[in-house]
Design a protein around this ligand. Sequence first.
Ligand code: MD3
Ligand code: FE
Length: 215
Amino acid sequence: MTGDLFDMLESPRDEQVGPGTCLLHGFVRNSAAEILAALPALLEQAPLRRMMTPGGQPMSVEMSQCGSLGWVSDRDGYRYTRRDPLTGNGWPALPPFWRELAGQAAAAAGYASFVPDACLINRYAVGSRMGLHQDRDERDFTAPIVSVSLGLTAIFQLGGAGRSDAVQRLRLVHGDVLVWGGVDRLRFHGVQAIAPGRHELTGEFRYNLTFRKAG
Ligand code: MD3
Ligand code: FE
């Protein structure tokens, strides 16, 4: 359980990687199995898929969504929608347990009362990557973003305000939570190609859950 007192307190495991960015090492490690247990039902309602970039290339990462809003990319660009374009149905509800964890992580990083309305579910197979980009499709840049890493390790690239600024590399392992907001909210970031490996809970995949206040 992440609810124990130790996890709720600021601890030396918390690493300030930027003025508004905090890496909570292992914050959900003990609740990872419970988080992952919710996935099959969500992915049955809204299957993983490789969305198209506006330029017409399939993305390397497979994605799904839950919450009242879901992020969509296609030939028309990037946006948040209330319905899954694949099924025509609303996105599955955000599991209350996930929402609570995201709120606790934000609070541990210094962002009080974070209530996400969107959770992007990214699944990385070995070799999948995400190029440098900014998250700028949300309405309110004052809310933080909470990112939960599960399964295979990723090397994260944290850039600056401009695309060509130097990047800092961070190793994100199973159970780590990265929270960013404030002056860091619009920094460029990406994920290097996932190295071959196997994790006892996720097999040959990395999952990343990105909680946002989109609307
Ligand atoms: C932004 N996903 O889906 S956000 C995305 O690992 C995305 O799949 C990442 O970027 C993933 O849009 C998780 C990670 C992140 C970390 C640090 C940042 C984004 C950041 C610092 C500043 C700005
Ligand atoms: Fe992003």
